[in-house]
Ligand binder design. Structure first.
Ligand SMILES: [Zn+2]
Length: 238
């Protein structure tokens, strides 16, 4: 069952907006479930991320075991005004993914920061599409664990879209489609909490056929859930 619990509520141009949130409890695996958050459409013109997330949720209907041991917090539309206007920025003209943990007064940022603080997620995955890339790639933050989760996710996505193998992506040093640096102010765990156990930004090339991006996102998400659970199970047995 997918529970809908939209967040906040803010005004823009006389209309009321909320940040949709869905909660999905996977089959129980003994012990406390891993709290994993997945965010998409922080940039309003990157709707393939939300469609990829929806495809992934459809997959869970047929294969519920993918989410075993998880409680998933899903935020498919983090920038509702930008989505409505077809813009990267929100209606106030801000790139929301540069404002986190900087005392921003943008309502979407405050709502999402509050969520991150109150749930203390073990994993944070954000989905983006990049109109300057011709392949899939990702950013890893925090623990070395993230790399071991992103690498197989990129491999899974490569069934649909080649990997970006450039040595420089988005201005950052990259190796086999993995970047360890990041922009300031992106949606992630705040420095006072320390990074979540794993934090991954997964990017598809925006100009490639949307169906392929959706399939790549769904496949990458499935792989990340499976890999993290496997790694935690191995850790528990050491
Ligand atoms: Zn983006």
């Amino acid at each position: 069952m997918l529970i809908s619990k939209p967040l906040g509520g803010f005004q823009s141009n006389g209309s009321q907006y909320r940040v949709p949130r869905y909660i999905k409890l996977g089959p129980v695996d003994g012990g406390d479930p891993f709290r994993l958050a997945i965010f998409s459409v922080i940039h309003g013109d990157e709707s393939a991320g939300a469609l990829g997330l929806a495809r992934f949720i459809q997959k869970l209907v047929d294969l519920p075991g993918i989410a075993k041991g998880y409680v998933l917090y899903l935020y498919p539309l983090c920038n509702p005004t930008g989505y409505e206007d077809g813009t990267r920025h929100n209606r106030n003209g801000y790139d929301l993914n540069r404002l986190f943990w900087k005392n921003s007064s943008e309502p979407e940022v405050k709502i999402l920061e509050n969520e991150i603080l109150s749930h203390m997620f073990q994993g944070i995955i954000t989905l983006h599409t990049d109109d300057t890339s011709d392949g899939v790639y990702g950013y890893v933050h925090g623990d070395v664990l993230s790399r071991h989760i992103l690498e197989p996710a990129l491999t899974a996505a490569e069934v649909y879209i080649p990997r970006n193998q450039r040595l420089k992506i988005d201005g950052f040093k990259a190796e086999t489609g993995i970047i360890q640096d990041c922009f300031e102010g992106i949606l992630r765990s705040p420095s006072e909490l320390g990074p979540a156990t794993f934090e991954i930004t997964f990017e598809t090339p925006q100009l490639i056929h949307e169906d392929l991006q959706v399939a790549a996102f769904a496949s990458a998400l499935e792989t990340m859930l499976i890999k993290y659970r496997e790694m935690m199970a191995m850790g528990a047995n050491i």
